[in-house]
Design a protein around this ligand. Structure first.
Ligand code: ZN
Ligand code: ZN
Length: 464
């Protein structure tokens, strides 16, 4: 009998419905079998997973690689090294870049660039906005996994947002109608500019510009108002709408109300910083904790958890969006001068594993929220997101006994110095190996993958 490429022995295999003891057979980059230990085929390579959990690799649905564009912030090489280090085997990259991914040419150029540099597999969002509505069918045809727009304009970052903003309801409805014809998911940054301007103006007039004032300038009201409005539009047009980086339980309640009326086209994603940090963290790390929407109160976070556990929120993303420390530093004196965003991909899975150690959710929940549901929402299931015969062998080994204190100096992101949200956090449960299509790209914390190994993953189906 012909030898298989790889056998992963004696691990506990985690799937969303069960944990089973099985060996995993890998051949030609795919999962070729799940076998009991008496039935092992001969293999070229054997990895002993005794004492470890074997999970589907994490798919990060919310990632900003900054390239092409501002490569001082991050690149496809450093960003996907960080992904591999954190157990992420596929990144779905958002359209904010220079140029933004709002034309077929920009999409194909970014695809070629990432194909040459990425260590892990990747999918791309198409960007849509008032001036790029006519590009929606072509971007969908090119294999985009979803669309993203911004309901604000960003004059100080115009080159990064050209063609992906939509500031009026007329164009937004048009976008929703066009995207609904493609079957793809539409996402958008849900905060109300008018409400944020209103509160920011008052804070500035009162001389309040300390880091802690960031949350007050973008209150829960601004998220709830924006979500309410776009949810109504999604109900009307039938577009599949996913609200990314949901920060508040109050925002989640709006989505839950729509879902309870039968609108299963409306879904939500949250991020670890909204699940584990509260606005008090801004006093400790200042502008390094500035993200939009902001980190909220304990009360909002508790409600957000309820909506994670009851199924309102179905995916978790990192919102990896690095900025330079020298730009962040300006925020100590005036928080409104600092850019929002943080390099978050390496902490994505570890923080959730730590929540498993604390008994807040299970490993099955983690694989459902961070792999299976993500693959299904973005149309790359069952190639990705599940351990079953025929799927890509994107696998991670997790050691739930391993304790690590996050040290930003040891991170792979280019912006490790600005990566402080979870710096110093003690984590129990850690990914110790990452494999993409059967090839090890991280072993014991060391990234060993090659730039350019990662492949473009097109949307397989409009819905699955
Ligand atoms: Zn956003
Ligand atoms: Zn983002």
């Amino acid at each position: 009998m012909q030898k298989v490429d790889l056998l992963i022995t004696s691990g506990q295999v985690v799937r969303s419905d069960s944990i089973l003891k099985a060996d995993i057979v890998v051949h030609d980059g795919k999962i070729a079998g799940l076998v009991e230990d008496g039935l092992r085929p001969e293999a070229e390579q054997v990895i002993d997973a005794k004492g470890k959990f074997v999970m589907a690799g994490v798919i990060d649905p919310h990632n900003h690689m900054r390239e092409p564009g501002i490569t001082k912030r991050e690149t496809w090489v450093t960003g996907t090294m960080a992904a591999a280090a954190g157990g992420v085997t596929t990144v779905l990259e958002h359209p904010v870049s220079i140029p933004p991914t709002a034309t077929l040419k920009a999409f194909e150029d970014k695809k070629a660039l990432a194909d040459a540099k990425s260590l892990v597999d990747f999918g791309l969002y198409g960007g849509d906005g008032t001036t790029s509505i006519e590009n929606i069918p072509a971007l969908a045809g090119a294999g985009a996994v979803a669309f993203k727009t911004f309901i604000w304009d960003y004059p100080d970052r115009a080159a990064e947002f050209e063609g992906i903003t939509c500031t009026d309801d007329d164009a937004l409805l048009e976008i929703f109608e066009e995207v609904s014809k493609t079957g793809l998911v539409q996402t958008l940054h849900a905060e109300s500019k008018a409400i944020v301007q209103h509160y920011t103006k008052k804070l500035v007039a009162a001389g309040r510009k300390a880091p802690y004032d960031h949350e007050a300038s973008r209150p829960v009201l601004s998220e709830v108002e924006a979500i309410s409005r776009v949810v109504l539009f999604a109900m009307e047009t039938g577009v599949r709408l996913n609200i990314p980086h949901l920060s508040s339980g109050s925002g989640a309640a709006v989505i839950k109300a729509a879902q309870d009326k039968g609108y299963d086209n409306i879904t939500a994603e949250t991020c670890p910083h909204y699940l584990f940090l509260t606005k008090e963290r801004l006093q400790e790390i200042g502008p390094y904790g500035k993200v939009n929407p902001p980190i909220r109160s304990q009360e909002e976070q508790d409600k957000l958890w309820e909506h994670l556990l009851n199924g309102t929120i179905t995916t978790i993303g990192s919102d990896h969006g690095p900025h330079l420390p020298e730009h962040k530093e300006k925020g100590w004196d005036d928080i409104f001068e600092a850019p929002a965003g943080s390099a978050a991909v390496e902490a994505l899975l570890p923080t959730m594993l730590n929540a498993v150690s604390q008994g807040r959710l299970t490993l099955q929940d983690v694989t459902r929220l961070m792999s299976e549901n993500v693959a299904k929402l973005y149309g790359i299931y069952p190639r990705k997101g599940v351990i079953q015969v025929g799927s890509d062998a994107d696998l991670i080994l997790v050691d739930m006994g391993k304790e690590v204190t996050i040290d930003r100096d040891k991170l792979y992101t280019k912006q490790k110095d600005a990566c402080r949200m979870f710096d110093g956090y003690h984590i129990v449960g850690w990914p110790v190996m990452t494999m993409v299509r059967g090839t090890v790209v991280m072993r014991d914390g060391e990234v060993v993958g090659e730039p350019g190994y990662g492949q473009f993953i097109a949307r397989l189906t409009p819905e699955s």
